[in-house]
Design a protein around this ligand. Structure first.
Ligand SMILES: [Mg+2]
Length: 397
């Protein structure tokens, strides 16, 4: 782990160029998509904490649970995608055209077709502490042009306040209310269920600080290592806590066998909620595969034999409150991302326009595979437009 930490630290000094050129494969697209539906199905059919919200619902063929946030009304998308008629009027509806190959006046016209921008962070705006070239100027220019901007991240390692501090430090003009994060949303979700038990957390202080801010008790985070043999561990060191009412999983660099054992044991109680901040499989890193939260979630899912409620993208609940409160008009909203099975799929689920940038996980050759596929789930991952990097838009603004 120390060696890995050193490698990661050294990666942070790298130029962004190797990241832009990086090519990633090995995604589990169909899993994530199904998992989303299963997650919602689970939350409605099996969660039964004593404070269960009456707003859990099932509609149509697709099943979505309703989430609620403390400072906003979070609810998953309706059975049918909104704005399908508006969809038909999109200039580049799921064509994945490279905007750099389009006539300038057409790109200008496209820029005028939205007045709200929701962007992913890692792989679009920055990679760790490195700004992706042109991202600050482009996002700030959107704002100068009068467009509403929102940062929406599945990264659970920071609180919303910490994300704001990072964004402002890097030069972005953004307010805390415009930052949508899974750690904050997970805490808000529990708060609005009037959750009054203790949360077993697999994650980091990003989650525990958000839980603290809404007064929800939780277990500590950090290393929980295996001591001795399994038999010795179970007989001498395994001490389950009482009053655990939810297992909440986010990114945890100290993920371990004891944590798996505890989480799955708590989840053997059908009344214990099972919540995941997100299911991203991996982080964008050159020459290394860093497991993402989805890897830990899948491990717990397997031994617990249960499906989690996934708070983050592509669950439309993460930003449905913006639509419900008329903060944004889906047809005139652009979703920007580097990962299609979270960012672009969120855009699809909400009826947003979508832009894929090639500075992270997915690239045009991935899109080409989906375009030639007959699987309707893969078709949902095709973005409207593509750019090598977000900063490429500046020349049109
Ligand atoms: Mg990303």
């Amino acid at each position: 782990m120390l060696l890995l930490a050193r490698i990661i630290k050294s990666q942070q000094q790298w130029s962004i160029i190797p990241v832009i050129q990086m090519r990633k494969n090995g995604i589990v697209l169909k899993y994530t998509s199904r998992n989303f539906e299963n997650s919602c199905a689970y939350s409605s059919s099996r969660s039964s904490d004593t404070t269960k919200s009456s707003s859990d619902n099932w509609t149509g063929n697709r099943k979505f649970s309703v989430l609620k946030g403390s400072d906003f009304d979070l609810s998953c998308a309706p059975a049918e995608r909104p704005n399908l008629s508006a969809d038909l009027n999109k200039m580049f509806r799921q064509s994945a055209v490279n905007l750099l190959e389009q006539p300038r006046d057409k790109v200008t016209q496209w820029l005028d077709s939205f007045d709200a921008v929701i962007t992913d962070c890692d792989g679009v705006l920055w990679v760790y502490s490195n700004i992706i070239e042109g991202s600050v100027e482009t996002m700030n220019r959107f704002k100068e042009l009068g467009k509403k901007i929102f940062f929406c991240t599945n990264n659970s390692t920071k609180t919303r306040t910490e994300l704001l501090e990072k964004a402002v430090f890097l030069g972005f003009s953004i307010e805390e209310d415009s930052i949508i994060s899974t750690a904050h949303s997970a805490a808000a979700y529990l708060k609005n269920r009037n959750f009054n038990k203790k949360v077993y957390v697999i994650g980091t202080t990003g989650i525990t600080r958000e839980l603290d801010s809404v007064g929800i008790d939780h277990t500590p985070v950090g290393p929980d290592v295996m001591e001795g043999t399994l038999q010795q561990y179970l007989s001498q060191h395994f001490k389950p806590e009482e009053n655990i009412g939810a297992v909440l999983i986010g990114f945890d660099e100290h993920f371990s066998f004891p944590k798996m054992t505890k989480a799955a044991s708590y989840l053997s109680d059908p009344d214990c909620l099972f919540i995941a901040t997100n299911t991203d499989e991996r982080f964008p890193m050159p020459n290394l595969v860093i497991p993402g939260t989805g890897s830990f979630v899948r491990a717990i899912q397997t031994c617990a034999e249960r499906e989690p409620l996934v708070i983050g993208k592509p669950n439309p609940g993460i930003c449905e409150w913006l639509i419900k409160r008329n903060v944004i008009n889906p047809a005139r909203t652009l979703m920007i991302g580097d990962r299609c099975n979270t960012d672009v799929l969120l855009g699809y689920n909400c009826g947003f326009q979508t832009l894929l940038v090639g500075t992270g996980i997915h690239h045009l050759n991935d899109v080409a595979e989906w375009q030639s596929s007959t699987d309707p789930e893969l078709k949902k991952l095709i973005p409207d437009v593509y750019l090598p990097k977000l900063g490429d838009l500046l020349q049109f603004m």
